[in-house]
Design a protein around this ligand. Sequence first.
Ligand SMILES: Cc1cc2nc3c(=O)[nH]c(=O)nc-3n(C[C@H](O)[C@H](O)[C@H](O)COP(=O)(O)O)c2cc1C
Length: 207
Amino acid sequence: MNILHIDCSPRPGSHSRALSAAIVERLVEGAPGASISRRDLAFHPVPHPWPDYATALSSPATLAAPPPRSLDVSEFLIQEVEAADVIVIGTPMNNLTVPSVLKAWIDQVLRAGRTFTSTPAGKVGMLQDRPVFVGIASGGIFAGDRANQPDFLRPYLSAVLGSTGLKTLHFLAVQATAFLDPVQAVAAREQALSTIDFKRFAGVPCL
Ligand SMILES: Cc1cc2nc3c(=O)[nH]c(=O)nc-3n(C[C@H](O)[C@H](O)[C@H](O)COP(=O)(O)O)c2cc1C
């Protein structure tokens, strides 16, 4: 099993990093020989679309004859996804959705003719489905009975990754991090992990 482990938080003591690391740990328990590829978007961010990349993506004609090397970063990141049997993403909620470093990654991985096809009925994914675990940390509460803010993170990730064919998303969340002491933080993480039966994924490269 190859796990692509992505993190987005720049914060020392990050809850989303602790959660994504614990998810990876649980997966490796069921697949001891697993290899792990790391992509740290907080400390090694991928570029936002630059002129040549934006030009390449602007039409079918420019995609067919893109400016030289304009798709290299995109291609590298897509191949990283393709090489993974499982993807684990640790992400904060920033202003109700994903942080910009994760959005920049999404802007490289979603590419017409490569990870999705545009049809009159909408985008059709070109990637093989595989489990994607998303460990979210939020300062406030966005899910459950006590939610007091909208959630544009889970629906957004489901829509964009789903349009590439990555439809099997599992969301785990540590919420109200602004109010957690270290003991409560561990309990909240364990609670989030308990929502997934990781044994289901033991030795199963793809769903
Ligand atoms: C720029 C920014 C925007 C944020 N927006 C939200 C938000 O919309 N909702 C929320 O619940 N928390 C928000 N937070 C708080 C973070 O989600 C919270 O601190 C979380 O624990 C960060 O993840 P980390 O612990 O992995 O660093 C925001 C934090 C920052 C820095």
